[in-house]
Design a protein around this ligand. Structure first.
Ligand code: 13P
Length: 253
C-alpha cells in the first residue's frame, strides 16, 4: 500500500510572518503521518524558520528547487547540502514553471534528482504536457520521456522513495483540471515507464501525485484513482483551512 502524500507548493507567495502564521494554524491539526504525508514546499527564505516550527509535528518542509552542485560560484542558487543541513525533507524538482521560465532541462532535472538522493532529500520530480501536446496526442510519449530521463542513474531503492508529480501545464492555476480518469491514465503510463526502466517492484512503490487546480472539492475524485497517490497543490495550499481540508479528505477516505 502506498501512503498518500499531499504537498503544498506555495510558489512565490507569502512573507515570513504569514508563513509562520500558516504553520501555527495547521501544525496541531494535520492528520497523523501514519495516514498521509503532509508537506509544505515554501520559498527558500522561510525554510529555516518553518523546519524549526514543525519539529515534532506531522508537517514536513520542502524546498521548491535546488541546485545539483554541493557548492560553488552559482550566484543566487540554493545548495542541497544547505537544505539538508537546515532539516529540509523534500525538494520539488523540475516544476513546469522552472522548465518554462528558468530554462530547466531534462538533463538538469536528472542531475538534481541524483543530487537530492546524495544528500538525503526526497525529490518531488515534476512532469507534464502542454495543451498542444495533449491535443496532438503526444501526452504519454512526452511525459514518459520526461520521467525516464529524470530517473536515469537512480538505484531501484531510490526510485521506490521518489515522488513523481504529474502536472499537465494547461491545468496549473487555470481552474481547469484533467478529468480524474485522464489523469489516472497518464499516471498509469508513468508507472509502466518506471516498470520498464527499473522493475515492477519499483513501479508499485513509487508515489505519483496529480497536480493542477486541485481543491478540497475535487481531491477525493483524484485520490480514488488507482494510480494517483496524492497531490501537488498550488493555490489551494495557501490558506490553512483549505490545506487542512485537503489532508482530511485524504486521511478520512
Ligand atoms: P495550482 O494548484 O494553483 O493549479 O498549481 C499547481 C501547481 O503548479 C503545483 O505545483
Amino acid at each position: 500500500m502506498r501512503k498518500p502524500i499531499i504537498a503544498g507548493n506555495w510558489k512565490m507567495h507569502k512573507v515570513l510572518s504569514e508563513a509562520k502564521g500558516f504553520i501555527e494554524e495547521v501544525k496541531g491539526l494535520v492528520p497523523s503521518q501514519e495516514k498521509v504525508d503532509a508537506v509544505v514546499c515554501a520559498p527558500a527564505l522561510f525554510l529555516e524558520s518553518l523546519v524549526q516550527q514543525t519539529q515534532g509535528t506531522d508537517v514536513k518542509i520542502g524546498a521548491q528547487n535546488m541546485h545539483f552542485e554541493d557548492q560553488g560560484a552559482f550566484t543566487g542558487e540554493v545548495s542541497p547540502v544547505a537544505l539538508k543541513d537546515l532539516g529540509v525533507s523534500y525538494s520539488i524538482i523540475g516544476h513546469s514553471e522552472r522548465r518554462e521560465l528558468f530554462a530547466e532541462t531534462d538533463e538538469s532535472v536528472n542531475k538534481k534528482t541524483l543530487s537530492a538522493f546524495q544528500h538525503g532529500l526526497v525529490p518531488i520530480v515534476c512532469c507534464g504536457e502542454t495543451l498542444e501536446q495533449r491535443e496532438g496526442g503526444q501526452t504519454n510519449e512526452f511525459v514518459g520521456s520526461q520521467v525516464q530521463k529524470a530517473l536515469t542513474g537512480l538505484t531501484e531503492e531510490q526510485v521506490k522513495q521518489t515522488v513523481i508529480a504529474y502536472e499537465p501545464i494547461w491545468a496549473i492555476g487555470t481552474g481547469k483540471t484533467a478529468s480524474a480518469q485522464d489523469a489516472n491514465e497518464v499516471c498509469a503510463h508513468i508507472r509502466q515507464t518506471v516498470a520498464a526502466q527499473f522493475s515492477e517492484n519499483a513501479a508499485n512503490a513509487v508515489r505519483i501525485q496529480y497536480g493542477g487546480s486541485v481543491k478540497p472539492s475535487n481531491i477525493k475524485e483524484f485520490l480514488s484513482q488507482p494510480d494517483i497517490d496524492g497531490a501537488l497543490v498550488g493555490g489551494a495550499s495557501l490558506e490553512a483551512s483549505s490545506y487542512l481540508q485537503l489532508l482530511e479528505a485524504v486521511a478520512n477516505d
